[in-house]
Write a protein that binds this ligand. Structure first.
Ligand SMILES: [Zn+2]
Ligand SMILES: [Zn+2]
Length: 623
């Protein structure tokens, strides 16, 4: 289906009337830039994008053909969907290709991925390679959806990321084989891609095999931290490679692209070893089974749960597809070490006493189809919540999932489980550097310019402030940018430009990519909020007379109680049709005209009566 032949559903809107179902957005710069993440109408927001983010750096025209261009196509003003393009004279590299989970009002949308129109529409631009910093979906999850459009350039990844990419690819059988090249984690070799020379260095994060990148370009050096923290006592990983960071940085870093996610947190981020102590307390206290819900990618945390289970005489049952496959991958790569006898099948749980069981499962974010959800909804064949179960949520809540997780917790409490969440007990260590770690990174690198990446605008801003304080650099050297905005790097100088390329959301709904637009989304939102109102009118094409009108509403008003309203609406519809057909010749009923009139007028009428805006679906049948 092309853009043209898609049925267009026009939202009810009168001049001067507020946009349907949109909370007051506030017109001040303040409001727009503090929360720049909700983008309802691509056309409109594209214009907004061209209004640069508030930054002290001067904004100049991008007119230098020899500049190295740096563009974030995701991950700015939001958390997730990380993707960066670095381009020089029609040759480009992509750093990370991530997705983002939808917000709660994005009904039926599975993921949001970057818009790569700028790349695909530029026939001269060649993508020489994609480099993946680590195995999280917000950094590699968009590969299956975009790799075909990008023409299958080689993908460079460390072993764990590589395996995660491959595993995921199994669900996309119609795609070609990926050109995957492994970055050897014990011996990072320089990657040469056209004008770009790339060196990787090891950082800690809450998944092993995470790297940052030092990128030499003809116009200067760029350093990308990736998601990072410093952990000098990591579990299932080595400490971050400070020596390499210092060595690479000594070549001079002109532009530092630094992860801003953890900038609000004071102090140092906690070591996984400290978390171990907290978890051990839970294992000591638990009277019954321990059910630990976490991300399948939190390999260090999974290792800890296995060690503690071993120590406290518990067997481990693994539930959830991604949990099982990630554990298998990590075991194969020797990130996870355990005696195979430790693991039991879920069907055998009943053979053990409750205090001899640990269950590892997915679903700490309240995801609909995850293992924990099945257990809570009593849909799992072997596991039900029982009294004395201890349920541990061992990961922080991804923004947007708060309500789902709250529902989960209520439900678990009602069923008699004892809950631990990271807020109650620090069993969560952020995967991201806190303030003091960020200062360390800044001091190790001492860049000329800082571009805060990964995070909402105010995180970028905090990161900018912290960089200024720490490095004593001028505020004009802090580049606060929005997705799609071009940065020119010219002989070591980073210039914020007024050029923007498309960077709006692309929605993935099931297997469809980009076929759910903002209009469809708004319809789903309006259906969920105010329901639907279907008007079927049968018109005699010869006499132009309305023969029958039927009105059905769903989720809007209860029909029986709304007899008066429905009766009035019916009259309204009849007179509207009469009016619309009054001046036309018999036999030439203009259906779409009538439909639009009905949609607008009935929409306004219902709003005046009920202050609700249901979706109006007029159906005209000619008899
Ligand atoms: Zn990450
Ligand atoms: Zn990330």
């Amino acid at each position: 289906m092309t853009q043209q032949d898609k049925p267009r559903i026009v939202p009810i809107r009168k001049p001067g009337m507020a946009r349907p179902n949109t909370k007051s957005r506030g017109n001040s710069l303040q409001a727009r830039y503090l929360k720049p993440r909700v983008q309802k109408e691509p056309g409109k927001e594209m214009i907004d994008f061209t209004k640069p983010t508030i930054s002290d750096a001067p904004i100049l025209k991008s007119d230098n053909k020899d500049a190295v261009k740096i563009i974030a196509l995701g991950g700015l003003g939001e958390v997730g969907r990380n993707m960066h393009l670095i381009e020089y004279q029609n040759q480009g590299i992509i750093i990370d290709l991530g997705l983002r989970f939808p917000e709660e009002n994005m009904y039926g949308v599975d993921f949001i991925i970057p818009n790569i129109e700028y790349i695909t529409s530029n026939k001269n631009l060649r993508i020489l390679g994609i480099i993946i910093s680590h195995g999280h979906y917000d950094h590699l999850g968009a590969i299956p959806y975009l790799i075909d459009k990008l023409g299958y350039p080689p993908i460079y990844a460390t072993p764990l990321s590589r395996e995660i990419i491959l595993k995921r690819q199994e669900d996309f059988t119609y795609l070609r084989k990926l050109d995957l090249r492994t970055i050897d984690k014990n011996d990072f070799k320089t990657i040469n891609l056209g004008p770009f020379v790339i060196d990787a260095f090891h950082v800690n994060h809450n998944i092993p095999d995470s790297i940052g990148l030092f990128i030499n370009t003809p116009m200067g050096n760029i350093l990308y931290t990736g998601d990072y923290k410093f952990d000098f006592n990591p579990v299932a990983d080595k400490p971050a490679d400070l020596a390499s960071i210092v060595t690479l940085a000594s070549r001079g870093v002109d532009l530092l692209m630094i992860d801003s996610t953890g900038v609000e947190s004071e102090g140092h981020s906690m070591s996984e070893t400290e978390i171990f102590k907290n978890m051990e307390n839970i294992f000591e206290d638990a009277k019954g089974r321990i059910i630990m819900a976490t991300f399948a990618s939190l390999v260090g945390r999974i290792q800890q749960a296995m060690w503690l289970s071993e120590k406290y005489g518990r067997k481990v049952a693994i539930m959830g597809f991604t949990m099982k496959s990630n554990i298998a991958i990590s075991k194969k790569l020797e990130y996870l070490k355990y005696d195979p006898k430790l693991i039991i099948e879920t069907k055998d749980i009943a053979q053990y006493r409750p205090e001899e069981i640990t269950i590892l499962c997915t679903g700490a974010q309240g995801e609909d189809n995850a293992a924990l959800m099945r257990i809570i909804n009593r849909e799992d064949k072997f596991v039900r919540i029982q009294k004395d179960d201890t349920v541990v949520f061992s990961s922080s809540i991804v923004p947007g999932n708060e309500v789902a997780v709250q529902g989960l917790k209520d439900n678990l409490s009602k069923q008699g489980a004892k809950l631990y969440h990271y807020k109650m007990l620090d069993i969560h260590a952020s995967g991201h550097a806190h303030k003091e770690d960020i200062k360390l990174m800044l001091n190790l690198i001492r860049p000329k310019y800082v571009m805060p990446v990964h995070g909402y605008y105010y995180m970028q801003k905090l990161m900018g402030d912290l960089s200024q304080e720490t490095l004593g650099i001028d505020s004009a050297h802090v580049l606060l940018t929005a997705c799609g905005q071009l940065i020119d790097l010219v002989t070591g100088k980073s210039i914020l430009t007024n050029k923007f390329v498309p960077a709006n959301y692309v929605m993935v709904d099931g297997l469809g990519v980009g076929d759910v637009g903002e209009v469809v989304l708004r319809d789903r939102e309006s259906l969920a909020k105010d329901g639907m109102f279907i008007i079927t009118a049968v018109i005699d094409i010869k006499s132009k007379e309305v023969k029958n009108i039927e009105i059905v509403s769903r989720g809007f008003v209860f029909m029986k109680d709304a007899g008066e309203l429905i009766r009035e609406t019916r009259e309204k519809v009849a007179s509207l049709i009469k009016k619309s057909t009054a001046n036309i010749l018999a036999g030439t009923v203009n259906e779409s005209y009538i439909r639009n009139a009905l949609r607008d007028e009935v929409g306004l009428f219902l709003f005046q009566r009920t202050e609700r805006r249901p979706m109006i679906v007029p159906i005209i049948i000619e008899a």
